[in-house]
Each structure stands twice: as C-alpha cells, then as structure tokens.
Design a protein around this ligand. Structure first.
Ligand code: NAP
Ligand code: ZN
Ligand code: ZN
Length: 347
C-alpha cells in the first residue's frame, strides 16, 4: 500500500477537507497515475451530499481524472512510465456478463466498480476518486490521452465528454440533424461542441439569457430562453433529438413538445426528485423518452480520439483544491463557465 493525499467528505453535511488514503500496490495489470487535474462534475456534489441516497463515507470524489503514468505492472503493454493517461467514472467491472461483452461496462449486470462512492469488485474495498494525488487502476479501465490537447481542459471529457458523446452516437446524430441541448453547464457545453462537430444544427435551450453569446461561440446556431413560454411555442415539433442535462427537477412534458414525430429526448441530468411524465406527451408523435449513463470504456477512448481529431476540449476554470467547497456553492448558483477543474499540484 502507498499513501496518497486527498480531499474527502466524511458525511453529507461536512465540507470537503484534507484526508489521507491508501492506494493499492501496483499489480501486474495496473497503471499508477500521478493525478495532474480532476474536473468537478455535478454528480460529485449530488453524491457528497447524499442526494441520491446510499452514499459511502469517507468519500473522495472525482471521476474526470488526467495525469502521468508513474509505474506499470509486469503485464501492462498499453502504457509506459511518462505517458499521459485518463480515468473516468469506472475502474472495473465483471468483464464477462452480456453488458460487459457488449462493451457497456457501465451497465455491468454484477454492478461496475465506479471510481468513487463504490467498491472494487470484491464488494469490500471502497474506491476513492480523483480529488487526490495518485490512483492505481487496471489497464483495461485506463484511457489514452492525446498530448495535442490542453491537459487540464481534457479532464472533463472523462465524464462530461463521454456522457454527451454516447447518446449522440447512439441516436446516430449526423449532419443536418436538429439537436436541442437543455442546460448549459458542464455536460451541456460539451454536448453543444460535440453535436456541432458531428454536423448537427444545435439549439441551446437555457434558463440563462446571459449564456446566449457563449452558446453561439461553442457552436449552437440557435438559442431558446426556456424561462419564456413563447420559446416552447416557437420551437414546437422541431427536434430530432433533445439532450437534457438539467441537474434540478423540471417539467419534461414541456420539452417533449419540442420533438418532431418519432424524435427522442435523452435524460442525462439526475435530479434528486422524480417528475411525472404524461402519456399524451409521448403517444401523439410516437416519441421516445430515454436516458443514458456515461459510456463504455471503448466508446470513451473513441470519444477522446474524436475530440483530439476535432480539437475539442472543455471550457474550464482551473482552481486550487482548497477552493473545492466554494466551487460547489458556485455550481449551485449556476456560476460556472463551464467546468471547474482542480489543479492537483496544489494538494
Ligand atoms: P452543471 O454544470 O451544474 O449544469 C447544469 C445546468 O442545468 C446549469 O448550468 C443550468 O443551465 C441548468 N439548471 C440548473 N438548475 C436548473 C433549474 N433549477 N432549472 C432549470 N435548469 C437548471 O451540472 P453538470 O455537471 O453538467 O451535470 C448535470 C446533471 O447531469 C447532474 O444532475 C449530474 O449528476 C448529471 N450527470 C449525469 C451523467 C450520466 O451519466 N447520465 C453523467 C454526469 C453528470 P442553464 O443556465 O443553461 O439553464
Ligand atoms: Zn460526472
Ligand atoms: Zn459485467
């Protein structure tokens, strides 16, 4: 075991504070990474504050991890010391169930080992995330990161990037498709960039008039203010696909009215409270209401390669780890443009 510095929450109401953790010895298939940067996802906040229930403490959040390889096990052949590497939301899965065989490890039927607030596949050892100085991860769950991109701005791709890329691919987004992105935060801004790079005609649907200019810079061609009911009349029946990234409860029915016949809306945001959906919001146009959870490891690598090819990174505000609690408060006030990233040198 090796000790690592970290920031942890010890209860749903405690502020994150310095904490020491143990990382396992580097096994034959393991990669040890010195963490350079870790993004702050709204899911970190939901889980630290136990908004989804069942949170495990002490919790070291963080699943948007990038850094450099400092050691590799004897059987690792994809990474060597000094390489850039990334870790996203999962660190292991059973690898044999039908979902794992389909490379959808996020839906592992035995339950994947998530990067934090979870356990290793032994179901005993708590996993600790990227608000820490180092991590040891099986090579099969370690991603390759291009040296062409700004490393700090790559970190959010490991969750916000794959979470938006995966449904855009699944629903076969192509040139000319009309895609609506709901909520311009960490996920939303990546959805705009990636959908635009796929050739879609993107409309940003936001509660914040002040974000319109940014939305256009990120690649949206149109903007709809969702605080204004006229927007829902003006854009009714338009979209092939709607990507909903809102983190708080809101009325899905209104947004379903913006889909064309046989269009689909994909929920990515995970508000703590359920929201009713009316059957008539779906049956009239044979519409689909779907959801999507991150993406498999192979698809995450595909997304990273796509972003490197298209020069896509996140828009970030780089902060020292000591500001993490303040960053959470600012995220709740919708005061982030568009992803906080922790500089782990400051730990
Ligand atoms: P974020 O940066 O805080 O962005 C959320 C955005 O939602 C805000 O920027 C805001 O956009 C909008 N919003 C916030 N409160 C709202 C309200 N009360 N009513 C309407 N709109 C509101 O969060 P994020 O990191 O992108 O995460 C978004 C959600 O996705 C979270 O629930 C997170 O847990 C979830 N998530 C899911 C997955 C998955 O695999 N499905 C992966 C990662 C995260 P505007 O100002 O433009 O309105
Ligand atoms: Zn996340
Ligand atoms: Zn499995």
């Amino acid at each position: 075991m090796a000790t690592a510095k970290a920031y942890a929450a010890t209860s749903p109401t405690a502020a994150l504070a310095p904490f020491q953790i143990e990382r396992r010895e580097v096994g034959p298939h393991d990669v040890q990474i010195e963490i350079a940067y870790c993004g702050i996802c709204h899911s970190d906040l939901h889980q630290v504050r136990d908004e989804w229930g069942g949170s495990k403490y002490p919790m070291v959040p963080g699943h948007e991890i990038v850094g450099r390889v400092t050691a590799v096990g004897a059987h690792v052949d994809g990474f060597k010391v000094g390489d850039l590497a990334g870790v996203g939301c999962m660190v292991d899965s059973c690898r044999t169930c039908p979902s794992c065989q389909r490379k959808l490890e996020q839906f592992c039927e035995k339950g994947a080992a998530f990067t934090y607030n979870s356990t290793e596949m032994d179901r005993k050892t708590l996993t600790y995330g990227g608000y820490s100085s180092s991590v040891v991860v099986d090579e099969a769950f370690t991603l390759k990161v291009s040296p062409k991109l700004d490393l700090a701005a790559v970190a959010p791709l490991l969750c916000a990037g794959i979470t938006t890329y995966s449904p855009l691919r699944h629903w076969k987004t192509k040139k000319g498709d009309k895609v609506g992105v709901v909520g311009l935060g960490g996920l939303g801004h990546m959805a705009v960039k990636i959908a635009a790079a796929m050739g879609a005609e993107v409309t940003m649907l936001s509660t914040s008039k002040s974000k319109e200019a940014d939305a256009r810079k990120l690649g949206a061609q149109h903007f709809g203010l969702t605080a204004d009911d006229a927007t829902f009349k003006r854009l009714a029946g338009q979209f092939d696909l709607i990507i909903d990234t809102i983190s708080a409860p809101h009325d899905y029915n209104k947004y379903l009215g913006l889909l064309r016949v046989e269009g689909a809306m994909v929920l990515l945001g995970v508000p703590p409270e359920p929201t009713p959906v009316a059957a008539h919001a779906l049956i009239g146009g044979r519409k689909t209401l779907s959801g999507s959870l991150i993406g498999g490891i192979q698809e995450t690598q595909e997304m990273l390669d796509f972003c490197a090819e298209h020069g896509i990174v996140s828009e970030i505000e780089l902060i020292p780890v000591q500001q993490v609690n303040e960053a959470y408060e600012r995220m709740l006030k919708n005061d982030v443009r568009y992803r906080f990233v922790l500089d782990m040198k400051t730990l």
